[in-house]
Ligand binder design. Structure first.
Ligand SMILES: [Zn+2]
Length: 677
């Protein structure tokens, strides 16, 4: 086994914040793995950064009327902070707009170009003559040939879900200018992936049948069975890393060419700051490269990036690509566009100091082999029953009993007690699971040690023996202290904030994992410990209900066809409705109310009488244009005085998008005093 671990986590896309799906499916498992490898004494580089190129960012920028740089600057900071807040222990978190990344990805491209690894192909692509730009598929809208939706995109119709190419659209239009785009020839550089099929077959299909996850292996196999095609590694776009060749102005590297090279660029940035050689991690057989990703990125990390590295010639291949499935939220697919998510930055705000609770809940339902589900009720149960009830309870009881009965000094005990065997067994068990990317099983083993400790105390009852048998009590708490110290140490990859608290309580330093496997005594008798704050606290129903209510609100908002519409008022019954007397009426006279800019005094023929109504419509209508206008009136509204004038009833009005008022009127002229209902 090699001593160096080059661990990457999928680059989050910088056009939105990260949510629990990202955390459960990539970042928390990757962090557990990186922390664990450090504890084994491995030379770890844990590298990530924001992916800041690609079409969705330029589209979002256009929509918001800002530059793509504005978008990525904003979300890079939000994402970076969320990771730091949740204890994701990246050695480097950078971004693909960094200078080093431009250099590295351009160098990589030039090397492949000079080695003759690309083919050049000229194709006809849609071009907007007014904007003077080639149009990405997403920038072309037209009528879907399958369902007639007039707002289908060049790559997809979102109404019927069919995949399209721009040439299939009826009446294609450019989103940039609204003009009809023209076809224009353009040259791009392609990587002939078909030439790497035999290499990929040998390396993955033959070489990793047994040690890669079945979902990853199966997907790669199916891609290879279908046969690979050349894929364009450049694009006609103005946002991205410029293609470093003469005559390639206006072209950038394909985002999936430059993004994975980011792992290398960021390693270089980290190595320079820390006196390391980045090549030891990327170009040396003494290094294990491991990519943590979601299942939607398998093709890029198992086929395209390895083919690029193979074409380059100097790089090692990934040792493993533990891709995760997806996490659902309350039995529904997490969706950024529908805001159906628990956002990391909101969680940190709503649950201050409780980062480890989220880490625990997400790890225990990590979508390792199939899609999994997160619910707030389950989150609450995991906190209250497991973290508070078992783990926190055990640590707290041990510390409190030692402080209370032995002045905080670890009492003498039996260093050969059979209970101490359990520490090493569990440490090895967790190690084996983590080496095999089985995070849920590893977490279960960890909690089983806490359960073991809890049961030991419940069986031995040191709070009772203290009154009868001091020597026995010492022995019990000596064992309790060893298990507590082991739990602190073993918790660190999973629950780093809690581990630190336990180190502080027991006044201990973090140990190497192998030492925990082989030593039963982690704290010597005579060692002084500190007072114990509670590690976890109960999460009340009201807190959970508030989160569920927040999601319910999202659901309601998603039903709206007009995002500005206010929620429906409380239901009324038919009797309530029949009490309302609505009638047609005609305005006979209108005049301004003195010293009131908004008010008009109206004389109205309601069919049942002629009456006065004061209405706040002077900013939307002149008195002259109102005379003779048919309107609707709420006739039986109790009269009230406005500026000394008695107003009898209310005219029905609505507000237009420009803020001006508009009367609700019948389609055709009708008699005055006709009831509405
Ligand atoms: Zn369609």
């Amino acid at each position: 086994m090699s001593n160096r671990k080059m661990i990457t986590a999928a680059l989050p896309y910088a056009n939105g914040p990260v949510h629990i799906g990202h955390l459960a499916g990539v970042y928390i498992p990757a962090d557990v793995y990186a922390r664990f490898q450090r504890r084994l004494g491995k030379d770890v580089a844990f590298i990530c950064g924001s992916d800041e190129h690609g079409i969705p960012i330029t589209i979002r920028a256009k929509k918001e009327g800002v530059t793509p740089q504005d978008i990525v600057d904003k979300y890079h900071e939000v994402i970076k902070k969320s990771f730091a807040d949740l204890g994701i222990s990246f050695d480097e978190y950078s971004r693909t707009t960094s200078k080093k990344h431009y250099e590295t990805s351009q160098d990589f491209f030039k090397t492949l170009y000079e080695k003759g690894k690309f083919t050049e192909e000229v194709s006809e692509q849609y071009f907007d003559e007014q904007a003077n730009e080639f149009l990405a598929d997403r920038y072309i809208v037209g009528t879907c040939p399958n369902c007639g939706n007039e707002n289908a995109y060049g790559d997809q119709c979102e109404k019927c879900g069919s995949t399209l190419s721009p040439s299939e659209l009826i009446n294609p239009k450019s989103m940039l200018s609204g003009n009809v785009p023209v076809l224009k020839a353009t040259k791009n550089w392609y990587l002939p992936l078909n030439e790497y099929e035999s290499f990929l077959n040998e390396w993955i299909i033959e070489g990793h049948k047994d040690d890669w996850k079945p979902n990853v292996y199966g997907q790669v196999k199916s891609w290879l069975n279908d046969g690979l095609k050349p894929r364009a590694m450049t694009r006609d776009l103005n946002w991205g890393v410029p293609v470093p060749l003469p005559g390639a102005e206006g072209k950038v590297l394909y985002v999936w060419f430059d993004a994975p090279i980011g792992y290398i660029s960021f390693t270089k940035e980290w190595a320079e700051k820390n006196g390391k050689d980045w090549k030891d991690y990327w170009q040396s057989e003494g290094s294990d490269l491991v990519h943590f990703i979601g299942k939607d990125n398998i093709v890029f990390h198992c086929i395209i990036f390895p083919s690029m590295m193979k074409a380059h010639g100097d790089y090692i291949m990934p040792k493993n690509v533990p891709a995760f499935e997806f996490l659902n939220l309350e039995n529904d697919k997490i969706s950024t566009s529908r805001n159906w998510a628990v956002w990391a930055h909101e969680y940190v705000e709503d649950f201050p100091g409780q980062q480890d609770v989220l880490r625990y809940a997400l790890l225990s339902s990590a979508p390792e082999t199939k899609d999994n589900n997160f619910t707030w009720k389950d989150f609450q149960t995991k906190n209250n029953s497991e973290l508070v009830g078992i783990f926190g309870n055990f640590i707290n009881r041990v510390a409190v009993l030692i402080n209370k009965n032995f002045d905080g000094i670890i009492p003498e005990g039996d260093i050969n007690a059979p209970e101490l065997e359990e520490i090493g067994i569990k440490a090895t068990e967790i190690k084996n699971y983590l080496e095999n990317y089985e995070f849920r099983n590893a977490l279960t083993s960890f909690m089983n040690l806490a359960r073991f400790g809890n049961k030991y105390l419940a069986d031995e009852e040191p709070w009772k023996t203290i009154k009868t048998d001091l020597d026995k009590t010492k022995k019990i708490l000596f064992i309790g202290a060893q298990i507590a110290a082991a739990l602190g140490n073993l918790a660190e990859p999973f629950l780093p904030f809690t581990a630190q608290k336990i180190y502080d309580i027991f006044n201990i330093k973090q140990m190497n994992w192998n030492d925990i496997e082989h030593s039963k005594v982690l704290i010597e008798a005579g060692h002084k410990i500190n007072v114990a704050p509670l590690l976890f606290s109960q999460i009340e129903d009201s807190v959970i209900d508030a989160q569920i209510e927040k999601l319910e609100q999202t659901k309601q908002n998603n039903k709206k066809t007009n995002p500005n519409a206010t929620p429906m008022k409380e239901q009324i019954n038919f009797d309530d409705f029949t009490k309302i007397d609505l009638r047609t009426a005609t305005i006979l006279e209108a005049e301004k109310v003195e010293k009131a800019d908004k008010l008009l005094k109206l004389t109205v023929d309601t069919g049942v009488d002629v009456r006065t109504v004061v209405s706040g419509i002077a900013e939307s209508f002149t008195p002259e244009e109102l005379i003779g206008k048919q309107v609707m009136i709420l006739l039986n509204l109790a009269p009230r005085k406005i500026r000394g004038i008695e107003s009898q009833g209310m005219l029905l009005l609505t507000t237009k998008s420009d803020g001006k008022l508009s009367f609700v009127t019948p389609d055709d002229q009708v008699e005055n005093g006709v009831e509405i209902g």
